[in-house]
Design a protein around this ligand. Sequence first.
Ligand code: AMP
Length: 251
Amino acid sequence: MKSTIVLLGPPGSGKGTQGEKLSDEFGYVRLSTGDMLREAVRNGTELGKKAKSYMDAGGLVPNDIIIGLMKEKIAACNGKVLLDGFPRTVEQADALAEQLDVDLALNLDVADEELISRLTNRRSCPDCNAVYHLVTKKPKKDGVCDKCGAQLYQRDDDKEATVKNRLEVYRKNTMPLIDYYQKKGTLVTIMGVGSIDEIYEKVRKAVQRISMRGGPPPRPLPLCQTSRSIPSTRCWPYPNLYLSPLFRVIQ
Ligand code: AMP
């Protein structure tokens, strides 16, 4: 089944962390523009050379570069796609709309002070892109990635001065997308506070709702409640709902 999710939210709101969990559980291909650009910078490619100065300053890489890059990547995916960090401007969102329909725009909302603390304490893995936090998500061994053993580093754009600029850039260029997707009826805003798992529960529910939309229309079930204790007739199309022969209702 084809499905496209866009992850919106300021830098540090947890798009990468939640996106990884979603792609693991639901099988989405996660396309992160930030990860692609950092890899291009590390490898010294043409794209990396063009993008580096914008990234170092906490600004946005020009639309034509990003749109060209993403058009190709999206065209190569034919199924469930999760876009992390794209679109970041209305122009990018319009270009995306020409290529495919967005089923869900998930907006992670987090207060500025929390974002600054998360970003300045963030440490990243250059090889597998895993992220850690010096206080809330420490690696098992200081400075070493749990997943692949590489040396962790602080992204240049996670230093405090750049972080403030990134938040400004977000407010000016990317926040209008909240309204953009709201008007299209695909926006779900989630408060990105609490533990990673608590936030993920909310994210997951929003994604499950769009997965259900692709299935058969739900039948009205006025007397059904969930029950595992008195299994009898399965209550199609909900595998966890049962009809009790005794009460015709169930728990
Ligand atoms: P991220 O890892 O998503 O925070 O992205 C890191 C940096 O890459 C951003 O601060 C921008 O400089 C650049 N970048 C990532 N995605 C985009 C995009 N969609 N448009 C323009 N620049 C981007």
